[in-house]
Design a protein around this ligand. Structure first.
Ligand code: N01
Length: 582
């Protein structure tokens, strides 16, 4: 019998129940999928490992966690009423508010009764005879469904680095992505933070306010832009709400799936003085839109050098100790690793009790009973925070034994890197859908928009299959191969493919180096998905039923038909001149 937890009492394992669809995960992706499928009259069930909805925002409760896409855009767009009803309090919402929003959505759309919490899906096996998925959970459930939808998140499998001596350390060790729900009080403690990615950059200034001493172990210096976060006034919110659909439409036409002012002019055509002025203005606006200061920053190394030098000068002007400032200066391509957005990050290093330790050339040797040892020096610590990130894009799939046709596992198929057609499905695994899967814009677009577009497309696909009585759908391998190659080719156009980031799996030793998200731009991708559907699911094979030439009925996908904003450079448009257009 599965153990009782705080949120979910002991329950008898479920055996034999059959559903139209099983959804794995109840973050924003799983919730919206559930809502759509129920609306279409499908019997759907979601399993969620956590004790509540929210996914990323359920687990990542570290101090300072907040979104770095503006709140008014980081939300569902499918319900105008929801948009009108919800009030975001800050420009960048904190984790607690985003989690409240997720809970509000779950209540408003009555989702909880079809979600089983505290239940992790452990195995999904395709039964070729019955043409259904057999699903098993860690609570002993054994159920089946025609469709299995992976809503497992792109950044959900925490990267627990196997540091030597980990078990010797006498104090607590935390991972930012699995933060204790009751919070952590660091008051008066000597704290070590490993890592300087987004999670570290958000948490370090807050931990420094509490800790008696803070030591940051940095392997790679990171570019970060000030958030200039602020309270939202009713006037500001109302101005957006007066025509929310217009903002949503503008957002969908952008390569990132969210809207911000973008200057298309090339940096290299401006004078140094003009560039400095432009960068300064963009810095004062802050956040991820800083990268929109010029159109060629992620395509031309010489252009990128100019913004990188501007950012380094900012660091030198903020951090008073020149040696620390130099250590904090990144020397890789600006925006190559995911750009960070901070509040007071560099200022934190001016505090007398904050120390930066460079572990780029001499890595962390071991944890000891009382701290961390680097290059023969022991740094005494009472608590350690691992802000070491995630096994991105595919890590959550690795945690489930997924078996397709002929007993082939997904782990085997993806050993050399993930392969999926449009990032939504993978050959050999019929009726398995992957929301924001590898090969789709996913993490390079505003996640909730990327999720909604995938869910609408998948829901339309499943409804079409029901319309024609089709039993299975899966990609044709040749189309999948072409798509994977296109994803790879387009990535080479962008400077983003050049550094060792989690985008290419390089943060975890032994992972194949593959640029996993689709960098061709959200609208270009959406157009491709729409074409595939209206061409009768081109590149997919459907079996069973009346699979004649009936045009699919486009129910939900229609709202993603937006004109391409040709004023904004899309890597796919750039790539189109160099590689075959897909
Ligand atoms: O993880 P990361 P994250 N020894 O992988 C270091 C999203 N997010 O959790 O760069 C020493 O970026 C590693 O060093 P290096 C966002 O998309 C969004 O911060 O590999 N150091 C790096 O500094 C983000 O990009 C928000 O050399 C080690 C750090 O750990 C993504 O999640 C907030 C090490 C990991 O940084 C991941 O961010 C937070 C080792 N052995 C996150 N191993 C928003 O604001 C790893 N590191 C929306």
């Amino acid at each position: 019998m599965p153990p009782a937890t705080q949120d979910q009492p002991q329950r008898v394992p479920e055996a034999g129940a059959a559903f139209d669809a099983i959804i794995v995960g109840a973050g924003f992706a799983g919730m919206y999928m559930l809502h759509r499928l129920r609306g279409l009259g499908f019997a759907a069930r979601a399993y969620e490992a956590g004790g509540g909805v929210g996914g990323t925002w359920y687990w990542n409760r570290y101090p300072g966690a907040r979104c770095d896409v503006e709140s008014m855009q980081y939300s569902f767009s499918f319900s105008e009423e929801l948009d009108q009803q919800w009030d975001w309090s800050e420009k960048y919402a904190p984790q607690s508010e985003i989690l409240s929003y997720a809970n509000h959505v779950a209540d408003r759309f009555d989702l909880r009764r079809h979600i089983l919490f505290d239940t992790r899906v452990t195995a999904a096996t395709f039964d070729e005879t019955a043409k259904c998925w057999r699903i098993e959970t860690d609570r002993g459930d054994k159920v089946s469904a025609k469709f299995c939808i992976m809503a497992v998140g792109c950044l959900s499998a925490a990267n627990h680095v196997p540091f030597e001596g980990r078990e010797d350390f006498q104090g607590p060790i935390y991972h930012t992505g699995e933060w204790p729900h009751e919070g952590v009080d660091f008051t008066g403690l000597r704290v070590g933070v490993i890592g300087t990615g987004s999670s570290a950059i958000q948490s370090i200034p807050i931990i420094a306010e509490q800790a008696s001493a803070l030591t940051v172990f940095q392997r790679t210096a990171t570019y970060t832009v000030p958030a200039w976060n602020e309270k939202l006034t009713p006037e500001y919110r109302n101005a957006i709400k007066a025509d929310y659909p217009a903002l949503r439409a503008k957002a969908r036409a952008r390569p990132t799936g969210f809207y911000f002012p973008f200057n298309m002019k090339p940096a290299l055509e401006a004078t140094p003085e003009q560039r400095t002025r432009q960068y300064e203005e963009a810095w004062q606006r802050g956040g991820l839109p800083f990268l929109g200061a010029y159109g060629d920053l992620l395509f031309e190394k010489a252009a990128n050098d100019t913004i990188a030098e501007f950012a380094r000068d900012k660091i030198r002007s903020i951090v008073r100790d020149p040696a620390t400032a130099e250590l904090l200066c990144p020397h890789n391509v600006f925006g190559c690793k995911r750009l960070c957005v901070d509040t007071g990050y560099f200022d934190t290093y001016n505090l007398p009790h904050v120390k930066l330790v460079d572990v780029s050339k001499t890595p962390i040797e071991r944890f000891t009973s009382g701290g961390i040892e680097v290059n023969g020096t022991e740094y005494p610590l009472d608590a350690i925070v691992c802000a070491t990130g995630f096994a991105a894009m595919t890590g959550s799939f690795d945690r489930i034994a997924i078996t397709g046709r002929d007993g082939r596992t997904l782990a085997e198929k993806w050993r050399g890197g993930p392969r999926a057609y449009l990032g939504v499905a993978t050959a050999g695994f019929p009726n398995l859908f992957t929301i924001t899967g590898p090969g789709s814009p996913s993490v390079l677009a505003s996640m909730i928009q990327a999720i909604e577009q995938h869910v609408d497309w998948m829901a339309d696909c499943m409804a079409h299959m029901r319309d024609i009585g089709a039993a299975t759908i899966e990609p044709v391998e040749a189309y999948e191969d072409d798509w994977v190659e296109h994803v790879n080719e387009v990535s080479k156009v962008s400077l983003r493919s050049t550094c060792s980031s989690w985008y290419v799996g390089a943060n975890i030793p032994g992972r194949p180096r593959v640029f996993m998200p689709y960098i061709g731009g959200f609208p270009v991708y959406v157009q491709k998905c729409n074409e595939v559907m209206t061409n009768g699911f081109e590149g997919f094979v459907m079996e069973g039923g009346d699979i004649g030439n009936e045009m699919p009925r486009v129910r939900l996908t229609e709202r993603w038909r937006v004109p391409l904003d040709i004023e904004v450079i899309s890597p796919a448009a750039v790539a189109a001149r160099r590689v075959p257009v897909v």
